[in-house]
Design a binder for this molecule. Structure first.
Ligand SMILES: Cc1ncc(COP(=O)(O)O)c(C=O)c1O
Length: 405
């Protein structure tokens, strides 16, 4: 199989955690790119005596915001789920309101709507991009619609250039679920810097920038930033409270509204600061692997991951869809790949098929034809920055053997 090659990378400093954990697996699904810099940063933090949210968290927030673009504030949180919850809370969304969410996403994108007491209005995705479109939002929007959560699925940016004008005209706030999309861009504009209410990133263990667990809210809005910052830590207000009455000591504080425990500890921020320095480089490595996959899979009976010339893909996932000519089921393909030492996965069983949502809103597959059809035949192939050409070739060779049966 012909494949373009780039210069070999120096992976010697990367700790292959998955290689240790999965001795029998030739190609794990994901290996976090953790090196000496991250390990030393955590050690320094632990020796400093300050483990929870402090100076390192503040530094990570500043550097992350600067990395996305000018005029932005970043608020570090314990997960993207926490960040999405805080963003909806800060927008004042609650009972009686509706939030549009694409059905093809992870549980978190919809559960946060339930958490604030609002209703989810699920919409189908575009079969070509697997993303939510402005036409789906237009068709679903009604008088109760207060927000839409757009998901940059697998790392491919949604068409924010089309979605933002419609939502602006109709008073619908946009919260971007960027769990899959860092670093990404659309029409040269970085994802996270578009004029939406908030963009929320995930630093979960298998994400392109990881702190083990963690997330970041990025916003242009001072009021959203202030509210998220206060609510991430119990709704505690310190500065304003102390300023009000010169007599109050600095150790005293008020609880302005009961909040949450969603802060990011400095140990995690220490990892994030180091990961951020390498984020573009790691993205280039994933993009190179995605290009290699695309080339090598061209002759197989699979539809390869949607891509776009105008977008810079975050390459969190490399998803493929088995064509109808493949006689084996998706479950059999994943099982046979596992037997050959390749750990594949699946993203996602759409939320309209999850028992809670299906029953709550009496949802049917026929309302979501694209996501339902995609789910039947999709699988996600291993993709991580330190993946070797040999590993890519091995995955393609095994997949080829299986799908041609
Ligand atoms: C699309 C999407 N949104 C949100 C999340 C939640 O991220 P976290 O685990 O950081 O809460 C995930 C996690 O995988 C995700 O895939």
């Amino acid at each position: 199989m012909a494949a373009s090659r780039a210069a070999p990378r120096d992976d010697s400093k990367v700790v292959s955690i998955a290689a240790i954990a999965h001795r029998k697996i030739t190609v794990p699904f994901f290996v976090p790119a953790i090196g000496d810099a991250e390990i030393n940063a955590v050690a320094r933090c632990m020796k400093s005596g300050w483990l929870t949210t402090g100076a390192l968290c503040a530094q990570f927030e500043r550097e992350f915001a600067a990395n996305i673009g000018p005029g932005l504030t970043a608020i570090a949180v314990s997960s993207a789920t926490a960040g999405l919850h805080l963003a909806l809370e800060a927008l004042g969304i609650g009972p009686g309101d509706e939030v549009i969410v694409p059905t093809l996403t992870f549980a978190a994108s919809a559960e946060v709507v339930y958490a604030v007491g609002a209703d989810v209005r699920f919409v189908d995705v575009d079969p070509a991009t697997l993303n939510v479109t402005v036409s789906a939002i237009k068709a679903a929007a009604g008088p109760k619609t207060k927000a839409v959560i757009v998901v940059h699925f697998a790392g491919l940016p949604c068409r924010l250039d089309e979605i933002i004008p419609f939502c602006e005209d109709n008073g619908i706030a946009i919260v971007e679920d960027c769990a899959h999309c860092f670093p990404g861009a659309l029409h040269g504009i970085t994802i996270g810097s578009w004029p939406t209410a908030a963009a929320v990133f995930s630093f979960y263990a298998n994400k392109s920038l990881t702190t083990g667990e963690g997330g970041m809210i990025v916003t242009h809005s001072k009021s959203i930033a202030d509210r998220c910052r206060m609510m991430r830590l119990h709704g505690i207000q310190r500065a304003e409270f102390n300023d009000q009455d010169g007599g109050r000591p600095t150790w005293d504080y008020d609880v302005a509204t009961p909040g949450f425990k969603y802060n990011l500890p400095d140990i995690a921020a220490a990892i994030g600061i180091e990961q951020l320095k390498r984020a573009q480089d790691l993205r280039e490595q994933r993009a190179r692997i995605a290009a290699l996959y695309s080339e090598m899979l061209a002759d197989l009976p699979v539809r390869i991951a949607p891509q776009s010339k105008t977008a810079r893909h975050g390459w969190h996932l490399f998803v493929v869809e088995l064509l109808r000519t493949v006689t084996l089921s998706r479950a059999e393909v994943i099982k046979l790949l596992a037997e050959a030492g390749v750990c594949a996965s699946m993203h996602y069983r759409p939320l309209h098929q999850m028992s809670f949502w299906r029953h709550r809103y009496s949802l049917r597959d026929s309302e979501f034809p694209a996501a339902s059809a995609y789910y039947e035949r999709c699988l996600s192939l291993p993709l991580f920055a330190t993946m070797t050409d040999f590993q890519v070739e091995y995955v393609v060779e095994k997949l080829s053997d299986i799908v041609k049966r």
